[in-house]
Design a protein around this ligand. Structure first.
Ligand code: C2E
Ligand code: CA
Ligand code: CA
Length: 865
């Protein structure tokens, strides 16, 4: 191992330096090229050394001449003549080289050739490899050619062939050889690098001109040499400046040619550039047109090219598809308006006119297109001018995008917003718009009237409650259909909500139409509706008002039609009523009361009166009926008959009932606690008809009872016979529950509601309150006494108690006692009294009871009058 180290270590340094030198000088040279280069340079150096050695033996004059020749050759090498239309150049240095060859032999010429090669390569190449190898090859070539010439001439001399002509030919041949060898050695380098040898043709292709110049230099040098031999050095001194002038002239001539050439070239280039630009412009135009055509043809959006006169030049397939045009159908030269529905033409023309007048650059419009197969097609059309070719008149390009789905969705939304989902009739909002428009029309044309009909069903709620909402809905749809069938096509029928319908009729000037229509509708709506196997019989109440009364807003007119409808209901339902001014004030009064009642309920302005109920036999007070009282701050006492009805219409009935229940129960509790004699007193509270349909009736009543700590059997709820019969289906269950919990249920105003007596037996009621009309009559008609008697008998047979109301006289009282009626109330016994009055009565009873335990009831009777 040591041995190896010792062997390799000394050679490492030179190899390293060789490597670095190679990397710096010839990084692109392969091994062969490198070897060739080194070989050439080494031989060149050897040749130069040999030449130098030969010359060193010469006398100094000859040496001076040689140095001058070498310097001249090198200086000439600085001025190169660029060969026109080629990359090559030559110098006049060759003349001096050949002159030196003839004068002093190959050694001098070799040095001169190497010097000139050095200058030339210095000038033309920046690579050190070239700068070094060029003088070497020139030296080698000259050494070879020069030595050969010398040898040939030496051979010819003894035979007398050394004439000037022979010398001229031999020198020219020598120049040719010099050129060939030099060229071969130089051009070999790149070929060795690539490993491929050049052909002769390739060699001369690049050096042809230079070769001629080099070879041409030889006879010139030979002539100068002969002239010098014959005429001495003077010839040389004269001819050299002449030759120099010639060369300078040539040089400038070449330069001039070069400049001309450059100018011509730049001119040609400019023209070519121009031509290329023009061609490119045309190509770009063509490409742009192709792109446009392709974009036009294959666009997914519909497109049409339209001439300024509105005629279609071209449409793409997307547009054909949009408007249902077969690909075979010709559209050329047809007006674009052929494809647009008439309703959009005015707007489209307006936009086109603006575009033509250059008021706008483009426009956008949505319109309906005419479809080949009659489908509805909505499109967003964008139009602008386009010039395809600069010279042609601009045509209009229309981009047409189908927006049918969006428009249809919008229309659906619009329909939903303005129509009732159930009956598909216009809704209140839409109806108000139509009414507003009709009012404006009637204001604009004095003779022209319209009328408004407000229609409400008399028993819709009952239909809903008894048959269920699904059938209720079907019923409304059937009603809508029946109404629509019976009006004229230009009458507007709308559903305002619930079972309320409105009809707007444009009467021209004849108000009688509305009345006739109302009569007809009442008649057709009275006919049974057959729905899901049920025959539903109902009736409607209609209120009518006329634009002739001078309405300004739709809501005023609707309000008055509504008012008239209430009048129709008040007049007995199933009829129509016309609105008039008196009714208007009545209604506004009613509205005022409604508002005030609401406030009264909220602020506790209502109070209760209590009418005692007596045991008619003992004349003892068994309980009280609570009766609501309203003292209006402006209008004074208002009858419960009116305000209870108002409360029902205004949705205040529940609040009223709750108020009465709470106050009455609390009051009863107070009285019961006053004395042992009063613990069995009970309280009657009137329910309003709406309460019977209220889902939480039982809970509300129980809450009032519990709140006052009253036992259930001390509370009796009075329900009018009429209300009970109307709400029978919904009322049965809650009433049964109230009964189950121990409360009493009394049928108020019994005898006026035509309820079947057989039915009564099954109803969850504890007592019947005989209507005061029967009681009042007993005095006058003996028939009524027997009727009363029958009623009492029947009721007791059914296990129901009987309470007579409205007992106004002793005679009546006596009659009632006689027919077996054991309970009653009336002004004869006691009027409805404020709680404080009852307080005092009870107090008196307590005092009387302490003094004289019996009979208390007599005292009561005295105190109450
Ligand atoms: P109703 O339930 O039949 O009440 C009895 C009515 O007869 C009371 O009239 C009472 O003052 C009156 N009256 C009492 N004795 C006589 C008499 O001897 N002769 C005559 N002619 N009338 C007598 P009021 O207080 O004006 O009540 C009228 C109606 O108002 C009541 O009739 C009842 O239906 C309703 N009402 C009163 N208070 C309430 C209430 O708190 N809630 C509900 N829902 N309705 C009530
Ligand atoms: Ca009552
Ligand atoms: Ca009554």
């Amino acid at each position: 191992m040591n041995k190896v180290m010792q062997n390799t270590a000394p050679s490492a340094a030179p190899r390293f330096w060789a490597h670095r030198l190679h990397g710096a000088l010839m990084p692109d040279y392969n091994r062969r090229a490198t070897a060739y280069w080194w070989l050439t340079v080494t031989i060149g150096v050897g040749v130069l050394a040999q030449s130098t050695r030969v010359l060193s033996a010469l006398p100094s004059l000859a040496l001076a001449e040689i140095v001058a020749g070498v310097v001249a050759a090198m200086l000439a090498g600085l001025f190169a003549f660029r060969v026109p239309r080629s990359k090559n150049s030559f110098t006049a240095g060759e003349i001096f080289i050949f002159l030196l060859l003839l004068l002093h032999g190959p050694a001098a010429a070799t040095l001169a050739a190497a010097g000139e090669g050095l200058v030339g390569s210095w000038r033309t190449s920046k690579r050190w490899t070239s700068r070094i190898v060029s003088p070497a090859t020139a030296g080698i070539a000259m050494f070879l050619a020069g030595s050969l010439l010398e040898a040939v001439m030496a051979l010819l001399q003894p035979f007398g062939f050394a004439s000037a002509a022979v010398l001229l030919v031999a020198t020219t041949c020598c120049a040719l050889l010099y050129f060939l060898v030099n060229t071969a050695l130089i051009t070999a380098v790149p070929y060795v690098k690539r490993g491929k040898w050049p052909t002769i043709a390739e060699m001369f292709a690049s050096f042809g001109w230079v070769g001629i110049c080099v070879v041409g230099s030889a006879p010139v040098a030979c002539l100068l040499y002969v002239a010098w031999q014959h005429a001495g050095v003077g010839v040389l001194l004269v001819s050299v400046p002449m030759a120099a002038m010639l060369l300078v002239t040539l040089h400038y001539n070449f330069r001039q040619q070069q400049a001309n050439e450059a100018m011509r070239k730049s001119h040609v280039e400019a023209i070519e550039r121009e031509a290329e630009l023009g061609a490119r412009h045309v190509r770009e135009l063509e490409a742009s047109e192709r792109r446009f055509h392709s974009a036009f043809t294959h666009a997914s959006i519909g497109m049409a090219l339209v001439s300024p006169s509105g005629r279609v030049l071209q449409v793409n397939s997307a547009l054909r598809g949009l408007i249902g045009l077969g690909s075979y159908e010709s559209i050329a030269q047809r007006p674009f308006s052929d494809f647009v529905e008439a309703d959009g033409m005015a707007e489209l023309n307006g936009h086109l006119a603006q575009l033509n007048a250059a008021q706008v650059d483009s426009f956008e419009v949505e319109l309906r297109l005419r479809h080949g197969e009659g489908e509805e097609v909505w499109a967003a059309v964008h139009g602008s001018f386009i010039s395809q070719v600069e010279t042609a008149a601009p045509s209009l390009i229309l981009q047409v995008q189908g927006v049918t789905a969006r428009r249809q969705a919008e229309a659906r939304l619009q329909h939903i917003a303005f129509h009732d989902a159930l009956t598909l009739l216009p809704n209140r909002r839409r109806f108000q718009d139509d009414l507003a428009a009709a009012l404006i029309r009637s204001q604009a044309q004095p003779g022209r009237h319209c009328s408004l009909m407000f229609l409400d069903f008399d028993r819709f709620k009952r239909i809903n409650d008894s048959f269920g909402h699904a059938i209720g809905d079907e019923f409304l749809v059937a009603v809508a259909r029946r109404i629509s069938h019976n009006v004229r096509s230009n009458d507007v029928v709308a559903r305002l909500g619930g079972d309320e319908f409105a009809i707007l009729t444009d009467d021209g000037g004849d108000d009688r139409y509305a009345v006739t229509l109302a009569e007809r509708l009442l008649e057709v709506l009275r006919q049974p509706f057959r729905i899901a196997g049920n025959d539903i019989v109902t009736s409607a109440s209609i209120g009518i008002t006329f634009s002739g009364l001078g309405y300004v807003t739709p809501s005023e007119m609707l309000r008055d039609a509504d008012t008239a409808m209430y009048k129709a209901k008040a007049n007995g339902k199933a009829r129509y009523a016309l609105f008039d001014g008196v009714l208007h004030t009545e209604m506004s009064h009613r509205l005022r009361l409604e508002r005030d009642l609401r406030g009264a309920l909220e602020t506790g302005q209502l109070s209760l009166a209590y009418q005692p109920i007596f045991d008619l036999g003992s004349r003892r007070i068994t309980g009280f009926e609570a009766l609501a009282r309203w003292q209006h701050p402006e209008f004074g006492a208002i009858s419960p008959i009116s305000f209870v009805a108002i409360a029902e219409d205004a949705g205040l009935a529940f609040a009223l009932t709750d108020f009465v229940l709470r106050a009455a129960c609390a009051q009863l509790r107070e009285w019961q606690l006053r004395d042992d004699a009063f613990v069995e007193l009970d309280m009657h509270v009137n329910l309003s008809p709406n309460d019977l349909a209220h889902p939480n009736l039982v809970a509300r009543v129980s809450a009032a009872l519990d709140g006052a700590l009253i036992r259930p059997h001390h509370l009796t709820l009075e329900v009018t016979e009429d209300a009970l019969m109307r709400h029978l289906d919904t009322a049965l269950a809650p009433l049964a529950e109230l009964r189950r919990r121990g409360m009493g249920v009394s049928v108020d105003n019994f005898g006026t509601g035509y309820s079947s007596l057989r039915r009564l037996a099954t109803l969850p009621v504890t007592s019947l309150k005989i209507d005061r009309s029967f009681v009042g009559d007993v005095q006058r008609h003996t028939d009524d006494v027997s009727l009363l008697h029958a009623l009492v008998m029947l009721a007791s047979g059914l296990g129901k108690a009987v309470i007579a109301e409205g007992i106004e006289s002793a005679v009546q009282l006596e009659q009632l006692r006689r027919v077996g009626c054991r309970s009653g109330q009336g002004n004869h016994l006691a009027r409805p009294l404020a709680a404080e009055r009852i307080d005092r009565v009870l107090e008196a009873i307590v005092v009387a009871g302490r003094d004289m335990p019996k009979p208390r009831d007599v005292c009561v009777g005295l105190l109450l009058h």
